[in-house]
Design a protein around this ligand. Structure first.
Ligand SMILES: [Zn+2]
Length: 279
């Protein structure tokens, strides 16, 4: 058993979307920053949530190579393409296995089915030719030099059927989009019971009592403090639910949330959610 597992994060900076209209606050439409996590033992490593574009995938591959670790597994927390389109390429480059839950695999196929209309429209020519090469993770666990990384299914968060990776020996949860850190949360799929379901998922993460959380979308100047990120992710959702109940238009909702959370990155993500919630 390796004594000192560790983790590092690669932040893929925001890339512009091919959308002409500006966000109501005047911003250009951008995609949120992406967090790609490498959990390493002495020799081996596990990569969580590979990025989206050809350029990001190449940069993450070079970063993994520079660590000198042997990449054994790639784990994907949920089916949104920004968390896995680069997985087949990286699996091939390092001879690694892509593993995740059966539900995530279904969701990956669904994202692949809309890539032309959704992902390629937002990022023309930038999304890699890809396929789903993932297999179902056995026993919801990935072994890393004698340390068990546990896959925990948490249900609906910013989309359906999401999961997190818990590394007890590191006091760490790699949380995908269950927890956000200084970035506007994606509420496009929050209709109906969406916000309550997301809050329940956060309770599940909190019950693991991690000290550290890597959020799938984080502001790179912020730390990975679990208590703060859990509190702030909850606060954003409960505020969104209250504002939804009192505001009648997408623009009013957007302005109220922006005023309440002025330092979060990417108001464009907030606007994307607002337009869907008031559609
Ligand atoms: Zn997502």
């Amino acid at each position: 058993m390796s004594d000192h597992p560790s983790y590092e994060i690669f932040i893929a900076d925001p890339v512009p979307q091919d959308v002409i209209e500006l966000v109501p606050n005047g911003d250009e439409r951008m995609f949120s920053p992406l967090s790609i996590t490498l959990v390493s033992g002495d020799r081996d490593a596990v990569l969580v949530d590979p990025p989206m574009t050809i350029a990001q995938t190449a940069a993450v591959g070079d970063w993994v190579e520079s660590t000198g670790k042997n990449l054994t597994h790639i784990f994907v927390t949920h089916g949104h393409g920004d968390h896995w389109f680069g997985s087949a390429e990286l699996a091939k480059r390092f001879g690694a296995e892509v593993v995740n839950t059966a539900r995530t695999i279904e969701h990956m196929h669904a994202n692949l089915a809309v890539r032309e209309f959704f992902w390629d429209a937002l990022f023309p020519g930038q999304i890699p030719a890809t396929e789903v090469v993932a297999t179902e993770v056995s026993n919801n666990a990935i072994e890393l030099e004698g340390h068990t990384l546990k896959v925990i299914e948490v249900g609906h968060t910013d989309t359906d059927d999401t999961s997190v990776l818990h590394a007890p020996s590191l006091d760490l949860v790699v949380a995908g989009d269950v927890i956000y850190n200084g970035v506007h949360q994606f509420l496009r799929e929050a209709q109906g019971d969406g916000i309550n379901a997301w809050l329940r998922a956060i309770d599940t993460v909190a019950s693991l009592h991690p000290r550290l959380i890597v959020a799938g979308h984080k502001n790179k100047v912020l730390d990975d403090d679990a208590r703060r990120t859990i509190r702030e992710t909850r606060e954003y959702l409960t505020t969104a639910a209250a504002v939804l109940a009192e505001r009648t238009t997408a623009l009013d909702f957007f302005n109220a949330m922006l005023q309440r959370f002025p330092t979060r990155l990417n108001p464009g993500a907030l606007w994307g959610g607002a337009t869907a919630l008031y559609a």
